[in-house]
Write a protein that binds this ligand. Structure first.
Ligand code: SF4
Length: 680
């Protein structure tokens, strides 16, 4: 295997070893399994059973339960028996951190155990110790001694195992040699995998989770490459973005990370970690997975330099799938070059556009003062089709229209044309910014037409595809552009024809997010097909049962989604980032309520990363690169962190949010709420 995927030009799942979890088979092309984790106290048998049943009824094919110590591991037997008595045979997974003794008990009871190689044997001290080769080898031997008994028990009882690395909890040993990197995550799992293979134990699934989808995607790709390089085969992959948060942000982060890998054909089971009730994770998992059910493997995006046939020997990728580098472009006005990706709002489905309509894309007009207020997530351009606005535009907002309309518009400093590729070549009159639509159709193997745009300083290319593999088609076009050394900025256009708000979110996040993670794209424009738009007008507005994005217009929903995708791919930061754990049996406070409370007072702190973690055992390690941490450290007690450093210990929970705000103020990241106001 030269890269990490069976095919970069068609949808082909990576063949992995078959793993048996109770009666459930995963890997080896079995359906992608969906799973979740309970949030109840494991010692509360009935509460855990009831919640497990809600998850199973929602469609969970595996249910994970935390087992922090021997007593919880032992109680798994009561939970399993009660579930069985009620007719539920869904395999259970014990979640282990720090306690090999608990793992060894659980492996005799449940169908699968999850170990975290970062803390199964090691106690993390957040110290960077220098390890000689001899020290390192000695530590590996220590791991072998502690881990081998669990492997032997699992083998004897037919228990499966997940070796689950988390970006935030790498051991000091790994950190000292590989740093806080995707390669460190891979090596952390490989150390354990090699020991298991020595015992001829193969009932193993692997995961590489991070709260940052970019790190997570790179780690999984590197893991697959490393397994093939070393063993010539791969074990099944459990995909997930950890501490993804709640609402649309949690769904978007998860869909970007999981969706990017599923598009590459990687992934055998998924979990979407939301700070919500666990049964609410399952519909999101199902929405992600159903995109691949029945997907034809016969379609192939062809290209002279990007083909399956040539992949084994001479596939030429002009970017690295293992490290982030933004595609080099020149700038056309504020698009491309060093500019953050722009957001183009599609308002072309509106019959008419008034100042009030711009509120949905971040511009609020006050008639009394004749002033505009512009939010941090205000679109940069609007596409209006044939409509010309009969009012003065706010701030730097610009309008994209069809060429015939553009020719008639007087103010050519604010209006710009969008051509199709042949129309652009033929047009005699052009603007200083010309948007050029390119349909990246699979049948289009001849890309010589791209030569027309190479080094055209006014062309902004708009790539889209309506075929069966839109992501693969657009990625292939980016590769063609790079191979031709074309440096024109590119807008990623994604249309959705799905039905529900979550399906649209997932579609936009997967199709655009997967490209942005590989450094492709200088802007996004999302829309819905006419049929989907009509349906969503009512469904988004009346989205009862959802705890986020209610009562939004389609345009507002899409605008929020676009900015959230750019934030999750860390290509454009427009708001506060929350890293909140999904909670589990270790959680020491109501995570959902507390997250909402913290969000309410800090959601104007653009670019600040705040972690909200349920326990001090795993929280500090798992909160990865958060700037501030709010961590449960005992019943009614919160410990506040600045980076990895404890700054306020055991604060009473009643005043902890206030103390967090004080900490933000002391750290000079606090700003009062304000908005940019422009005279119209
Ligand atoms: S950080 Fe949250 S999910 Fe992780 S172990 Fe602690 S309470 Fe459970």
């Amino acid at each position: 295997m030269q890269f990490y995927s069976e095919s970069l030009t068609s949808y082909l799942r990576l063949p992995t070893k078959e793993v048996k979890v109770g009666e459930l088979l995963l890997g080896n092309n079995h359906p992608i399994r969906v799973q979740t984790m309970t949030t109840t106290d494991t010692m509360d048998t009935m509460a855990t059973v009831e919640q497990s049943i809600r998850c199973i009824e929602a469609g969970a094919e595996l249910v994970r339960i935390t087992a922090p110590s021997k007593k919880e591991a032992e109680n798994l037997l009561h939970i399993k028996n009660e579930l069985s008595r009620r007719g539920y045979k869904t395999p259970l997974v014990a979640d282990i951190h720090f306690t090999p003794n608990a793992a060894e008990i659980a492996a005799r009871i449940v169908e699968k155990v999850r170990v975290n190689p970062g803390n199964y044997v090691d106690k993390k001290k957040f110290e960077l110790i220098e390890y000689t080769d001899a020290d390192y080898a000695e530590e590996i031997e220590r791991i072998r001694e502690r881990f081998t008994p669990l492997v032997k028990i699992s083998k004897e009882y037919g228990t499966a195992m997940r070796i689950g690395t988390n970006h935030g909890s790498l051991s000091d040993r790994i950190m000292s040699r590989y740093g806080d990197s995707p390669m460190g995550m891979v090596e952390s799992a490989m150390e354990f995998l090699r020991i298991a293979r020595c015992e001829n134990y193969h009932n193993i699934v692997l995961s590489m989770k991070s709260s940052n989808p970019l790190v997570m995607v790179q780690a999984y790709r590197l893991l697959v490459k490393t397994m093939f390089d070393e063993f010539g085969e791969a074990y099944p992959l459990h995909l997930g973005v950890t501490e993804a948060g709640d609402g649309e942000d949690g769904r978007i982060k998860s869909a970007i990370g999981i969706g990017t890998l599923l598009e590459d054909g990687l992934g055998d089971t998924i979990r979407v970690s939301l700070t919500e009730d666990p049964e609410l994770e399952i519909p999101v998992c199902k929405d992600i997975v159903k995109r691949y059910q029945g997907r034809s493997t016969k379609y192939e995006v062809r290209s002279t330099k990007f083909t399956t046939e040539s992949q084994a020997s001479d596939l030429q990728l002009s970017y690295s799938p293992f490290e982030y580098k933004r595609r080099e472009t020149f700038s056309v006005d504020n698009i491309g070059g060093h500019h953050v990706p722009v957001v183009i709002a599609d308002l072309s489905k509106l019959q008419s556009i008034s100042p009030k309509d711009l509120q949905s894309i971040g511009y609020t007009y006050n008639e009394a003062t004749d002033k505009w207020t512009i939010s941090d997530s205000a679109a940069d351009y609007v596409f209006t089709g044939h409509l010309v606005l009969n009012f003065a535009l706010p701030g730097t907002l610009k309008v994209i229209v069809y060429p015939a309309t553009w020719l008639m518009v007087e103010d050519k400093t604010k209006y710009f044309p969008i051509f199709d590729d042949s129309g652009y070549a033929k047009s005699e009159v052009k603007s200083n910014i010309n948007f050029v639509m390119i349909d990246c159709d699979i049948s289009n193997t001849d890309c010589s037409f791209l030569d027309d745009f190479t080094n055209d300083p006014s062309a902004v290319l708009c790539l889209s595809s309506q075929n069966a593999l839109p992501f693969h088609s657009v990625r292939r076009m980016f590769t063609e552009l790079m191979n031709k050394e074309n440096k024109s900025p590119v807008i990623i256009i994604v249309d959705s024809n799905w039905q529900t708000p979550d399906e649209h979110l997932i579609h936009f996040a997967t199709e655009a997010g997967a490209l942005l993670l590989d450094g492709m794209g200088d802007g996004v424009c999302f829309g819905m097909t006419a049929e989907a738009y009509k349906k969503q007008e009512s469904s988004i507005k009346n989205s009862s049962g959802r705890n986020y994005s209610q009562n939004l217009s389609v345009e507002q929903f899409i605008n929020i989604t676009a900015f959230s995708i750019l934030q999750a791919t860390r290509t454009r930061i427009s708001k506060t980032e929350y890293i909140s754990c999904p909670s589990c049996g270790r959680t020491l406070f109501d995570l959902q309520k507390t997250t909402a409370k913290i969000r309410a007072v800090t959601n104007h702190l653009k670019g600040v990363k705040i972690a909200i973690m349920g326990c001090i055992v795993n929280g500090p390690g798992e909160m990865a690169d958060a700037d501030f941490g709010y961590v449960g450290s005992g019943p009614g007690k919160i410990t506040l962190y600045k980076g990895k450093e404890v700054v306020k210990r055991n604060v009473p929970s009643e005043i902890a949010v206030e103390e967090l705000v004080n900490l933000l103020k002391e750290s000079e990241v606090w700003v009062e709420r304000s908005e940019v106001v422009f005279q119209s």
